[in-house]
Design a protein around this ligand. Structure first.
Ligand SMILES: [Zn+2]
Length: 299
């Protein structure tokens, strides 16, 4: 059995231009499996990792293909977003993306790697895949190499779809103001980056949709809100001017959205799905249900 696994691994290594004698793989596997009683899969992974690190030619993969933890891989990706981290052990964290999607990354402080910048593209060699709360991520450690690359990577997003009920609309929804310079939503007339600014009006909905199995945070932009609810930016401004209370818009939106069924589609960025398409799903009315029951009873 060990010989067979060794042959499989040798083939896999050859495909990656790594030449390792079959006997060497065999003896490593033999030691791990028979001497140290390591489970077969783990032994395989361990041997693979040893050579990947040594040869410095780890497998170049696409983000979509990261489906297991503990793998050493290389990625060509763009830094989509950097997050502020509270932990001293983390140098940088955020999202990187390639044509197939985005993934969270963590760069450990101990790794002593160069700082990456938002919007720049890099070759990330020797990163380790990991899983946290059901989602895959990659970690950069002291075996990792980061090189900036010239080519620009168009970050694709894996579009997802959920059909469910909107459970609630969160504060920060409705008629909001954004900073003219950086587009951040203002909090009490203030931009996190530019301080007190005049700002420009926008419509936004942050909500939660529940399909019975999962609960997903969603973001609706102005165009989607206008088409879906008939509440436009202009009519929202009028409502606020009349009521002298900005919360009327949020209430009016909640009235049209909460407790109703929708099919939403869009890319997931971090915890939010950015809704690109939304469709009202018909829910049978009381009258329709009574008619259906009558029909069934008549059979
Ligand atoms: Zn700003």
């Amino acid at each position: 059995m060990i010989k067979e696994i060794a042959e499989q691994l040798k083939t896999r290594f050859s495909e990656m231009d790594i030449e390792v004698p079959l006997e060497e793989i065999e003896s490593k596997l033999d030691a791990l499996i028979n001497e140290y009683r390591v489970p077969v899969d783990e032994a395989k992974r361990s041997v693979v990792n040893q050579y990947l690190r040594k040869s410095d030619i780890p497998e170049l993969v696409k983000i979509r293909d990261i489906q297991s933890e503990g793998q050493w891989v290389s990625l060509k990706a763009k830094v989509v977003q950097l997050w502020t981290s509270e932990s001293e052990s983390i140098a940088q964290a955020g999202l990187i993306g390639d044509e197939t999607g985005t993934i969270k990354f963590t760069k450990w402080a101990k790794s002593d790697l160069p700082l990456v910048e938002e919007g720049k593209c890099y070759m990330f060699k020797n990163v380790v895949t990991d899983e946290w709360q059901g989602r895959f991520q990659v970690n950069f450690n002291k075996n990792t190499e980061i090189q900036e690359i010239e080519e620009n990577i168009e970050v694709g997003s894996s579009v997802e779809e959920i059909t469910g009920a909107i459970m609630n609309i969160q504060s920060g929804s409705g008629l909001i103001k954004r900073c003219e310079s950086c587009n951040r939503a203002l909090v009490k007339g203030s931009c996190g980056e530019h301080g007190k600014v005049e700002g420009k009006y926008d419509l936004r909905v942050k909500a939660v949709i529940d399909d019975g199995k999962i609960v997903q945070d969603i973001l609706l932009n102005k165009d989607t809100i206008e088409t879906l609810t008939g509440i436009t930016l202009d009519s929202a401004k009028e409502m606020v001017a009349e009521a002298l209370d900005p919360s009327v818009v949020l209430d009016a939106l909640a009235d049209k959205l909460v407790g109703r069924y929708f099919k939403v589609q869009g890319p997931k960025i971090g915890r939010y799905m950015l809704v690109e398409e939304i469709q009202k799903m018909p829910v049978a009315s009381d009258h329709e249900i009574k008619e259906l029951i009558a029909q069934v009873e008549a059979l």
